[in-house]
Ligand binder design. Structure first.
Ligand SMILES: Nc1nc2c(ncn2[C@@H]2O[C@H](COP(=O)(O)OP(=O)(O)OP(=O)(O)O)[C@@H](O)[C@H]2O)c(=O)[nH]1
Ligand SMILES: [Mg+2]
Length: 680
C-alpha cells in the first residue's frame, strides 16, 4: 500500500437510480496496493452496529461513521486499510450500506451483496439477537444467484467468501451448545409440507450450497445503559462489558487468523486486479446486464498474462552487442533468458499461468537465440569483410604502385596485414573471412608474379638483342682486324718486293757504274759500304712498318677492351636474369605454400565450426532440459507450498480444537464436581 488511510474513504457510491459509482480517490488508493489483498466485509440490516464492529476490527474507537438515529447512516461501500507486512498481505475492511432499508429496493440489496461476496475473503453477516427467518431471507439472493451472476455454479461456489454470522445483542441461552451448532441447527431443513416450508428450505439449501465455509459468533450487548448504547463510539473500550470484550476479541482474532488472500483461479487479488474486477462488475450492472464473473476474470488474467509476457519479452529483447564470440553471446543470452524467466516466476499470477508463460518464453528464447546467432554471424562477416577489403585495398595499392618488388617483400606485407586483420576481426566468421581474404591476396600475388615474369621476359629479350648486337659488332671488328692484318702483310710483302726490286735496281746501277768507270761516285757512302747503307735503309723501312703495325695493334687492343667491357655487361645482365629467375621460382613456391596454408585454415575452420555447432546444439538441449526441470520443480514447489499452508492451517485448527476440548472437559469436570457437591 502506498500510504495508510487515516480514515475510511468512500469506495462505491450508489445514486438515486441505484447506479454504482466508483470513487476516484479509492480507485487510486486500491490500485497502488501491490501486495495480495484480503477483504473483510460487513453486511446486514441497517442500524445494527456494523460500522461500530468494523472500527473494532481496525482497532479503533472511531473510523467508519456511526449514526445514533434510526435513519440509515452508511451509504454505499466504504473502505479502510490495514497492512500485514509479514504475509505480503493487505487487509481491507469494507463497510456497506445497511440492507432492507426503506430507501432501497431488494434488487439493489442483492447487487450490493453479490459485489461484497465477489471481492471478500470473509463476509461478516451482521444480525440482531437471533438467527431468524428474516435474516435468512436476506441471503435469499443465493437461491437465484444466476439472476445476478452468470457462470458455472461450481466456479461461483468456489469463489464465494467464508461466511461469518455475527449475532449482536445475543441473549439466548445456548444450553451448552456452541454458536456454530446453533447456526447449523437454524440451517437444518424445516419439517412441513406447506409452500412456506418449501421456500424456507430452498433458502437454507442455497445458503449451505454456496457458503461451504461458515461459522457463527455471538456478541452480548456491549453496554447495559441505553444512552451509552446509542453513542457507542463515545464509550471507551475499558468501559465495555467484559463478556462483550471477550467475545469481540475472539471474533476479531479468529477472523484475522483465518484470513486468506482473495483468490480467483489460483491467482491472488491485488490492487489493480480488484479495481478491474469491480469496474467490470459495476459497468455491467449499471448497463442493466448480469456480469459473467468467470469471463471477466479470464479477461483480467489474460490481460495480466499478456502484461507479464510483455515484460519478459522486453527483458528478452535487451541489447546484446554484436558481433561477439559464441561463448559471450551464449552467456549474454543465458543471462537475459534467466532474468526474463525470473520476471515471470516473480509475477503475482497463478502457477499454471506462470508455467504457461515459461513454456511460451522458452519458445521465444529458442527463436531469439536462432535469430541472434544468425545476426551475429552476418554482422561478424560484414565487419570482417570491411576489414579485409581495407587490407586488400592497401595491398592492391602497393601492388599497383609497384612497391611489391620481390617475394620477401610480399610475404612481409601479407604477414603484417594478417596481424592487423586478426587484431580487428570479429568472431565467429574471422577465420572463414580470412580464408576468403587470402584467396583475394593470392590474386594480387598472382598479378604481381605475372608482372614480374613479364618484366623478366622483356629484360631477357632486351639482353638477348643487346648480346646479338655486340656479337655482330665483335664479328665486324674481327673481320676488320683480319683485313687489317692481311693488309699489313700485303704491305710488308710489297715493301719487301719494292726493297728487293730497289736492291736489284741498285745492284744493276752499281754494275753499270762499274762498267762505266764511275769509281769516284762509288767512293761515296753507298760505294764505300753499300750493304750497310742498304741495311740502314731497310731498318728505317722496318721501323716505319713496325710503328704503323704497333698503332694498328693498339687500335685493335682498344677495340678488344671495349668489346670485353660490353661482354662483361652482358654477363652481368645474364646473372641478374638468372637471379630474378630464382626469385620467381621462390615466389611460386611461396604461392603454393600459401595455398596449402589456406587449405589448412579452411580445414581447421570447418572442423571448429562443426564442433561449435555441435556444442551449441548440446547446450541448447541441455538448456531446454533444464528449463523443463525448472518448470517441474517450480510446480512441485508451488504444490508443496500449498500443502504446507494447508497442513499449517489444519494444525492451527487442530490446536484450537484441542484447546476447546480441554476447556469443555475442564468445564465438564467442574460441572461434575459441582453436581457431586450438590449431591453430597
Ligand atoms: N444495541 C446495540 N447497539 C449498537 C451496537 N453497536 C452499535 N450500536 C449502536 O447502533 C447504532 C448504529 O450503529 P452503526 O454502527 O452506525 O450501525 P450500522 O449498522 O452501521 O448502521 P447503517 O450504517 O445505518 O446501516 C449506534 O447508535 C450505535 O451506538 C450493539 O452491539 N448493540
Ligand atoms: Mg454503518
Amino acid at each position: 500500500m502506498q500510504q495508510e488511510l487515516a480514515q475510511p474513504i468512500l469506495f462505491i457510491d450508489i445514486d438515486e437510480d441505484g447506479k454504482f459509482l466508483m470513487s476516484k480517490k479509492a480507485v487510486q488508493f486500491i490500485q497502488a496496493i501491490e501486495t495480495n489483498i484480503a477483504i473483510i466485509s460487513i453486511v446486514g440490516q441497517y442500524r445494527t452496529g456494523k460500522s461500530y464492529l468494523l472500527n473494532r476490527f481496525a482497532g479503533q474507537q472511531t473510523g467508519f461513521t456511526l449514526g445514533s438515529s434510526t435513519n440509515p447512516c452508511t451509504k454505499g461501500i466504504w473502505i479502510w486499510g490495514k497492512r500485514v507486512e509479514s504475509d505480503n498481505l493487505t487487509i481491507l475492511l469494507l463497510d456497506t450500506e445497511g440492507l432492507n432499508s426503506y430507501e432501497r429496493d431488494q434488487n439493489n440489496d442483492a447487487r450490493l451483496l453479490v459485489l461484497a461476496c465477489l471481492i471478500s475473503s470473509n463476509l461478516l453477516y451482521n444480525v440482531m439477537q437471533v438467527i431468524d427467518e428474516k435474516s435468512l431471507e436476506t441471503l435469499s439472493f443465493t437461491t437465484n444467484i444466476s439472476k445476478h451472476l452468470l457462470g458455472d455454479d461450481e466456479f461461483i461456489t468456489q469463489y464465494l467468501p467464508s461466511l461469518t454470522w455475527v449475532i449482536r445483542d445475543f441473549g439466548l441461552d445456548l444450553q451448552g451448545s456452541t454458536p456454530n451448532t446453533y447456526l447449523e441447527e437454524c440451517l437444518d431443513e424445516q419439517q412441513g409440507f406447506a409452500d412456506e416450508f418449501k421456500q424456507r428450505n430452498q433458502i437454507r439449501q442455497a445458503i449451505t450450497k454456496y457458503f461451504k465455509r461458515r461459522n457463527c459468533y455471538t456478541l452480548v450487548r456491549p453496554v447495559a445503559d441505553e444512552r451509552q448504547l446509542r453513542e457507542l463510539d463515545k464509550v471507551v473500550y475499558s468501559e465495555l462489558r467484559y463478556e462483550f470484550k471477550i467475545q469481540l476479541n475472539q471474533l476479531i482474532q479468529n477472523t484475522l487468523l483465518d484470513i486468506q488472500p482473495k483468490m480467483y483461479k489460483n491467482t491472488p487479488l491485488n490492487g489493480k486486479r480488484l479495481i478491474e474486477l469491480v469496474t467490470q462488475y459495476v459497468t455491467t450492472i449499471n448497463n442493466g446486464s448480469v456480469p459473467n464473473i468467470e469471463n471477466v476474470w479470464d479477461r483480467i488474467l489474460s490481460k495480466e498474462f499478456n502484461k507479464m509476457m510483455e515484460k519478459a519479452k522486453e527483458i528478452l529483447s535487451s541489447d546484446i552487442s554484436l558481433p561477439t564470440t559464441y561463448e559471450l553471446l551464449f552467456s549474454n543470452l543465458h543471462q537475459i533468458s534467466t532474468k526474463a524467466q525470473e520476471s515471470i516466476l516473480h509475477y503475482h499470477i497463478a502457477p499454471d499461468r506462470q508455467i504457461e508463460g515459461i513454456v511460451q518464453l522458452s519458445k521465444q528464447i529458442t527463436e531469439k537465440s536462432q535469430v541472434l546467432f544468425q545476426e551475429n554471424y552476418i554482422k561478424s562477416k560484414r565487419t570482417n569483410q570491411v576489414i579485409s577489403n581495407k587490407m586488400y585495398d592497401i595491398l592492391n595499392q602497393l601492388s599497383e604502385q609497384g612497391k611489391l618488388v620481390n617475394v620477401q617483400h610480399i610475404i612481409a606485407q601479407v604477414n603484417n596485414i594478417k596481424k592487423i586483420y586478426f587484431q580487428e576481426a570479429k568472431p565467429p566468421s574471422n577465420y572463414e573471412c580470412y580464408v576468403q581474404f587470402l584467396e583475394l591476396v593470392m590474386q594480387i600475388i598472382e598479378k604481381v608474379a605475372n608482372t614480374m615474369q613479364m618484366n623478366f621476359q622483356r629484360k631477357e629479350e632486351d639482353y638477348k638483342q643487346e648480346v646479338n648486337v655486340l656479337k655482330s659488332q665483335i664479328n665486324t671488328l674481327q673481320e676488320i682486324l683480319k683485313n687489317e692484318k692481311e693488309n699489313l702483310h700485303r704491305q710488308l710483302d710489297q715493301v719487301k718486293t719494292t726493297l728487293q726490286e730497289e736492291r736489284i735496281m741498285y745492284e744493276k746501277k752499281l754494275l753499270e757504274l762499274d762498267n762505266s768507270g764511275g769509281i769516284e761516285f762509288r767512293k761515296g757512302e753507298l760505294f764505300e759500304n753499300p750493304d750497310l747503307f742498304m741495311k740502314k735503309e731497310l731498318k728505317n723501312q722496318q721501323l716505319q712498318s713496325q710503328q704503323t703495325f704497333n698503332l694498328t695493334l693498339k687500335d685493335i687492343n682498344q677495340k678488344f677492351m671495349d668489346l670485353k667491357e660490353k661482354l662483361d655487361d652482358i654477363y652481368e645482365a645474364r646473372v641478374e636474369i638468372e637471379r630474378d629467375k630464382i626469385y620467381n621460382k621462390a615466389m611460386y613456391d611461396c604461392k603454393e605454400q600459401n595455398q596449402a596454408q589456406i587449405d589448412r585454415i579452411k580445414l581447421t575452420y570447418e572442423g571448429e565450426v562443426k564442433i561449435l555447432k555441435e556444442d551449441r546444439q548440446r547446450l541448447q538441449e541441455q538448456r531446454e532440459l533444464l528449463q523443463i526441470q525448472l518448470t517441474q520443480k517450480d510446480c512441485e514447489f508451488q504444490i508443496l507450498k500449498e500443502r504446507l499452508k494447508q497442513i499449517e492451517k489444519q494444525k492451527t485448527k487442530d490446536i484450537e480444537h484441542a484447546d476447546m476440548l480441554c476447556k469443555i472437559s475442564d468445564q465438564l469436570v467442574k460441572a461434575l464436581k459441582k453436581l457431586e457437591k450438590k449431591k453430597l
